[in-house]
Design a protein around this ligand. Structure first.
Ligand code: SF4
Length: 119
């Protein structure tokens, strides 16, 4: 076997290559990235990891009870400390965070009572 063929053979069966090829073939999403307050877009929108640290002078519309976990753009699971935000390309924000793009999550309509069975 010539050296080039030998090299390609070794590359194809090296430890990381099959996993890399499988993740590409099945379209796995890249690992989540945390949104840093220093991110230029985050800075422009006044993002803070802690809603209590929002600049009230600069963002008078901010209310202390507003948090990422209550924002329509937050897709994290309830009770978890952080989750993706669609406003920032699904970067991970803290559940207690806030930015100027905050949009109150719509409240789910109450389910109507189940009618009693006919007797
Ligand atoms: S858009 Fe909503 S979830 Fe995203 S950082 Fe701003 S307040 Fe948090």
């Amino acid at each position: 076997m010539n050296s080039r063929r030998n090299f390609l053979f070794k590359l194809a069966f090296s430890a990381g290559t099959p996993a890399l090829l499988c993740s590409r073939a099945f379209g796995q999403a890249p690992p989540p990235v945390k949104l840093e307050e220093s991110d230029p877009v985050a800075t422009a929108l006044g993002y803070k990891e802690d809603t209590a640290k929002v600049d009230a002078q600069k963002y008078p519309m901010h209310k202390p009870e507003q948090k990422c976990s209550g924002c329509a753009l937050y897709t994290g699971k309830p009770g978890e400390p952080s989750g993706p935000c669609s406003a920032f390309g699904n970067k991970i924000v803290t559940a207690n965070g806030w930015c100027a793009a905050f949009a109150l999550k719509p409240v789910a309509p109450a389910t109507p009572p189940t009618p009693a069975p006919a007797q």
